[in-house]
Design a protein around this ligand. Sequence first.
Ligand code: PLP
Length: 383
Amino acid sequence: MSRLGTESAFEVLARAKALERQGKEIVHLEIGEPDFDTPVHIREAAKRALDGGATHYGPAAGLPELREAIAKDVGATRQLPVEPDEIVVTPGAKPIMYFVITALVDPGDEVIYPNPGFPIYESVINFVGGKGVPIPLREESGFGFDMELFEQKVSAKTRLIVLNSPQNPTGGVLEKEQLGRIAEAARTYRIPVLADEIYKSFLYDGEFASITAFPGMKDLTIILDGFSKSYAMTGWRLGYGVMPRGLADHVARLMVNSNSCTAAFTQWAGIAALQGDQQPVHAMVAEFKRRRDIIVDGLNALPGVSCRSPRGAFYVFPNVKKLGRPSAEVASQLLNDAGVAVLGGSAFGEYGEGYLRLSYANSEANIRKALERMRPVLARLAG
Ligand SMILES: Cc1ncc(COP(=O)(O)O)c(C=O)c1O
């Protein structure tokens, strides 16, 4: 258990809630979830499903109707022919990470992953006894992969490459050219790629690019995606992986051994999400783009802070190196003295030190309030 890490967003959330119970008012910019409600037609579909009897166990890999709908959707969004038996539905997308790393990585196997990155990759790699090989994402290059280092580190010993684009926590997006070079290395050594595409809808300029578009990559890629972010369904727990059939069988067996299956009524809601009106998704993304610009401008006007405008997801990753203190300490002071909950960049790995992560999935009024309250605390730290 000592090798298993955690996701500190949940810990900071708990600390912020404890302060709220003491009567403090906190602005929450720590947790990565849309502040929007799940669109009405999706909620209605879940209610209809419950009333219609969708209260029983279902197939471990997911309802055939949902796997069919996902196959169509993935086919359309990645121009990729996908069959339902290449899909496993899980309670949230996170289990796909856990299951795929468990299924593929033996003790001592090397796994390449982004750093700073979603902390669960590193945690599960360590848990199964794998050897994590972090690839730094550099601010200077828009938080893309350090390709030279990647090409030095990738080898026949690499058992898995983890990618995440658009990315948590930096908002960075992998360029097509970078994806092409990663694909080439993956093909050369026959390395599976776990492509975490959960933020694919949150792209503010340019078009979404999946590594599956490169020749030969469909057979080597596991797409991780789900409903939590795009359809504001974090609490429903609904996600999926798209992978070669043989691996899908193993992942389904891991489902049988852990969850049995994903709740049926949430899966019917997922079908309504994929097949229904996509306007709420577009409206949410447009609103996030507006907020991104507000928070980036606001942060750049604060003492000791500089912030790039991220191209995707709903996070900013401002540089606070000028303050000369550990980012976790800056985050703690902002929580205790400004009542603003943010995360220190080191929560996302060693190369996240010197940065903060703020989620702008919060109202414009709250974002402005947070920026205002942060100013005196940062001025004190900078002075
Ligand atoms: C990069 C990334 N992948 C996966 C997930 C997990 O999504 P879910 O809530 O569907 O398990 C998250 C959630 O924060 C994330 O940021």
